[in-house]
Write a protein that binds this ligand. Sequence first.
Ligand code: FAD
Ligand code: NA7
Length: 537
Amino acid sequence: DRKTKGVDFDAVIVGAGFGGLYAVHKLRNELGLNVRAYDNGDDVGGTWYWNRYPGALSDTESFVYRYSFDKDLLQEWTWKENYMTQPEILSYLDHVADRFDLRRSYQFNTKVTATHFNEETNYWEVITDKGETVTAKFVVTGLGLLSATNVPNFKGRETFKGEQYHTARWPKSGVDLKGKRVGVIGTGSTGVQVIIATAPEAKHLTVFQRTPQYSVPVGKRPQSEEEIAEIKANNDEIWKQVKSSAVAFGFEESTVSAVSVSKEEQERVFEDAWNKGGGFRFMFGTFSDIAANPEANEAACNFIRKKIQEIVKDPEMARKLTPTGLYAKRPLCDNGYYNTFNRDNVSLVDVKENPIVEITPKGVRTTDGEYDLDVLIYATGFDAVDGNYTKIDIRGRGGVTMRDKWADGPTGYLGMTNTDFPNLFMILGPNGPFTNLPPSIETQVEWISDTLQCMIEKGFSTIEPTLEAENDWVATCRSIADMTLFPKADSWIFGANIPGKKNAVYFYLGGLGNYRKNLEDAGYKGFIFDRARANVE
Ligand code: FAD
Ligand code: NA7
């Protein structure tokens, strides 16, 4: 009888990225729980373990793309430039894992394939692809919101005789692109980075673009020791500001609307942001209404369009690269994207005008011809937010599956919990904040840890949200999203990047400061503790 047999672990934690690692630290090192953690990679890092493509860079500045929970860690770990490349972030997370002795709780190369809640014992059974089943009182998932890869199902994909890789499954050993004919499908954040890095290596680079993008300079530059020392001396204020701001990118969001100032003033502010660099700074640090008011949005669009026309020498190339729609996807920034198209060895195929028909043994065939390639790179993004959840057979009360529960789009009360799935806590689950992510991850992991501590102290065995609370939160997310222009642009932020995926509200767009306030104000309103016991008694 399982009731008397006890339980294997207090908590199972899935994922070894920023989220899972911090959860292991909080739950094991601070709460003293007995934890087991899994990741299907062979080491820590999550996003930064998988995304080894050339040019991979965080577009959050170095001083805020990190943990803030440990003052000594903030002081001792340093950086060289105002943005960190993938190897630097990976070595940061490696350092964190060593410093807090996190690896010993992990079983790597192990995928969690199923997890079922047992209503008799109130334990989760967690099943892995190694054939192991363990039980746990709590499950904390940090599966990654940009982690399940999206490879479009082009006809003939398996027939290609060259090498082909999705950017987030880049081989550890690297790929030799020197002197090769390289093709890149996709011009999102990843595509932009990999295109810039590949062009100087490849013999010829062919970019397959479906939708042109608004991208501004990232503004990457070395940071002096003095600058870094000043940041380190001001960490308290910096993180206070970050956690009370909206996008948590380490700058003050603008409170001035673009429509309230003259055209000249708009130009001046945009030019200044263009020179400073940063996509989120351009969208949220210039004016308060770029992402909400079509007129303000158009002003930003026009500014960027003009820059593209100035930078790109060939008028036909410039036409193809110039976006016409809204500026309302995750804002991009780059280290010389448009300029790359001035190179003789780079060509651009507009696959909206001439769609991809199939992948052939030799390369890519579009309606206007065949492009011969040695290497084909898929920079085609992710099945974002719920992609890794729906791969796991998650069953809650009464055997209800997460896949069924999310048939109309994924949900999460406060971005972390689900009705009928007691004691299951999602880090960056659906309806969580849309921000620079490490401070949102910390916010959620700290809330989860505080909640577990409270339950242990009070002797509660289960927690779950009411359906009413969950529905209200989803409605709140919807009404905030509808105040912005984001739902009007097709992107992964609303699940619109994948054919057949439910178009839903995947994020709380109210900002980190407001999100944290919601957590504080809610207390445990909207949650039920020990529902089963309450029903029995
Ligand atoms: P991840 O780092 O994605 O880790 C999840 C881990 O869980 C992965 O290792 C995955 O393999 C594992 N996993 C999933 N399912 C299972 C399973 N069933 N069994 C076992 N293991 C499983 N965010 C920003 O804020 N700023 C940026 O500049 C930024 N740049 C980015 C650039 C790229 C190229 C990408 C892809 C993402 C970027 N992000 C950025 C988002 C980034 O994902 C987050 O900042 C953060 O790294 C997420 O951490 P995480 O722990 O939640 O998830
Ligand atoms: P994105 O932003 O989803 O970009 C994916 C790109 O791939 C985008 O240009 C897509 O064109 C293109 N794409 C996707 N499917 C196809 C097909 N079938 N044919 C042609 N082109 C296609 O993913 P990223 O990895 O760049 O960035 C995701 C996030 O990760 C980013 O915001 C950062 O936070 C890190 P589309 O625009 O849909 O027409």
